[in-house]
Design a protein around this ligand. Structure first.
Ligand code: SF4
Ligand code: SF4
Ligand code: SF4
Length: 252
């Protein structure tokens, strides 16, 4: 199967949040209570029960004093995925045949290292339910359906299809470059931005944290051949838990 991709076009999004609701409904994610903090953006962040949320970007100008732009925030299904690089539990995070990064809660050991390894701050953890994030609806794709968010979107702001066809379509629509085309080996979620990525709160050049790259390239192979296991374990502990604090018998 060809790699599948979502194309997000913020200029087409009307902020209806149908994609959020469809995702929750399909994935049977419970509702959670939120508080109004002076913005229509709700919920305020991804949670273990919110795989996809719409961020509201207020961008007033002299010509247009009330200007809102909306952008879908979710797992990017990176080809070079920091979460998979650091995960020590085989099969807890895995690549689906359509190229998405999915999870298996039964194999997750709750170390939370994938959270440290993600350049986009995506995975969420729940003590009872372990790791969660968008998985690109592999059950729907297997049944010949689009992901729930793309199916629901009334404006075409979330398009789904073969990666090459999605990119070709965007070129025809006048986008010379899409966000995510080349980043991290190519993202499985592309963005058709008219403004700079920073305008939407996105990093222009997303990168896996250096500590994760070091763990993957140097310490993990050492640990695998039985050398430096203690060092690797210490680094793993540091990445997951952080340095010792006052009262833990360690350094200040
Ligand atoms: S966005 Fe984060 S969680 Fe999703 S595949 Fe990339 S590194 Fe993993
Ligand atoms: S692809 Fe599926 S899991 Fe991911 S945001 Fe869309 S509906 Fe939710
Ligand atoms: S369903 Fe489409 S238009 Fe509505 S908020 Fe989601 S991306 Fe935007």
């Amino acid at each position: 199967m060809q790699r599948k991709t979502l194309l997000i076009s913020p200029e087409l999004c009307i902020g209806c949040r149908g994609c959020q609701t469809a995702c929750k409904a399909w994935n049977r994610l419970p509702a959670t209570k939120t508080a109004n903090k002076g913005s229509f953006e709700n919920p305020p962040d991804l949670t273990p029960y919110v795989y996809n949320k719409i961020r509201y970007v207020e961008a007033p100008s002299e010509a247009n004093p009330v200007r809102w732009l909306f952008i879908s925030q979710r797992c990017m299904h990176c080809e070079d995925a920091g979460c998979m690089k650091i995960c020590p539990a085989p099969g807890a995070l895995f690549r689906t045949k359509e190229g998405a990064v999915a999870f298996n809660k039964d194999k997750c050991i709750g170390c939370k290292l994938c959270i440290a390894g993600c350049p986009f701050n995506i995975p969420r953890y729940d003590e009872k339910d372990k790791i969660s994030k968008c998985h690109l609806c592999p059950d729907r794709i297997a049944g010949g359906l689009e992901p729930a968010c793309a199916k629901t979107c009334p404006t075409g702001a979330i398009a789904f299809g073969d990666r090459s066809a999605i990119i070709a379509g965007a070129r025809n629509a006048g986008y010379r470059k899409l966000y995510g085309e080349a980043d991290l080996g190519g993202l499985g979620v592309l963005y058709a931005f008219k403004e700079s990525p920073e305008f939407y709160g996105m990093n222009e050049k997303p990168a896996i944290p250096e500590s994760i790259v070091f763990w993957h390239n140097v310490l993990k192979p050492l640990a695998l051949i039985g050398l430096g296991g203690a060092v690797a374990g210490s680094v793993l502990h540091y990445l997951a838990i952080g340095p010792k604090r006052d009262g833990e018998g360690g350094e200040k």
